[in-house]
Design a protein around this ligand. Structure first.
Ligand SMILES: C[S@@+](CC[C@H](N)C(=O)[O-])C[C@H]1O[C@@H](n2cnc3c(N)ncnc32)[C@H](O)[C@@H]1O
Length: 219
């Protein structure tokens, strides 16, 4: 794999190039810097949900879509989970693989250079499916792919979702915001271990909205 092996995806090249630049810069980080794993509250809430439901994390089968630099996958691999993590950028996969190697986790994480869409996900085949800040870039395929991702969760397993909502600057093409109401509807019948919305100023004059859920499929 070379860094020019990027997969062509629905998101405009300009957006992918912007992420590529970030991951490519990370490739020159030291081992010590890359060994740091920072995960957000969605992952911490998943860990809490797994703990209070008495879920044994050893060997837990996880699919992560849009895995970026690999922090979430490595964090969960450290808990004993086995993860398939997918991203379309060769730079992201290279950073994530290096991170896993440094942390001695390569046996438990498979970082796959692929589109997060366009291939079948076997129904009820994963204990956890994670899609943090990525499905929205599939536009008209966002909700259908979300349903396929949810269908891939085993009964009693978990789906972790995070995406943007308004307020958000206008984009071309428009990001497919899955609103809080839509997300609740999609998750009807599931147990919501965490559900939230927030607004954050990312940089001056850039206020962004988020919605997320950690939900358990009925048994
Ligand atoms: C906003 S970043 C989020 C990364 C990570 N989930 C996180 O929260 O840090 C979006 C990621 O999705 C990936 N991505 C966007 N569209 C994709 C697609 N169709 N297939 C695979 N990866 C995609 C990008 O390469 C990028 O790594």
């Amino acid at each position: 794999m070379t860094l020019s092996d990027n997969i062509e995806v629905a998101a405009p090249k300009k957006w992918m190039d912007a992420w590529d630049k970030i991951y490519s810069q990370m490739l020159s980080a030291t081992d010590e810097e890359l060994a740091r794993i920072d995960v957000g509250h969605r992952t911490q809430q998943l860990e809490h949900a797994l703990a209070i439901t008495g879920t044994n994390t050893n060997g837990l089968k996880i699919l992560e879509l849009g895995s970026g630099e690999g922090n979430v996958a490595c964090y969960l691999a450290r808990l004993g989970c086995r993860i398939v993590a997918v991203d379309a950028l060769a730079s992201a996969i290279a950073v994530a693989q290096r991170k896993a190697r440094i942390l001695n986790l390569s046996e438990r994480v498979e970082f796959r250079l692929d589109d997060i869409d366009g291939w079948p996900i076997e129904r009820e085949s994963y204990d956890v499916v994670i899609a943090i800040q990525c499905l929205q870039y599939l536009f008209d395929r966002t909700v259908p792919r979300m349903r396929e991702a949810m269908a891939a969760v085993k009964p009693g397993g978990f789906f972790v979702y995070s995406g943007n909502v308004l307020p958000h600057y206008a984009t071309d093409p428009p990001i497919r915001f899955v609103t809080a109401n839509e997300l609740r509807k999609e998750l009807k019948g599931w147990t919501l271990h965490a559900f939230g919305t927030e607004e954050r100023i990312i940089k001056p004059n850039d206020l962004r909205g988020y919605v997320w859920a950690v939900a358990r499929k009925p048994i």
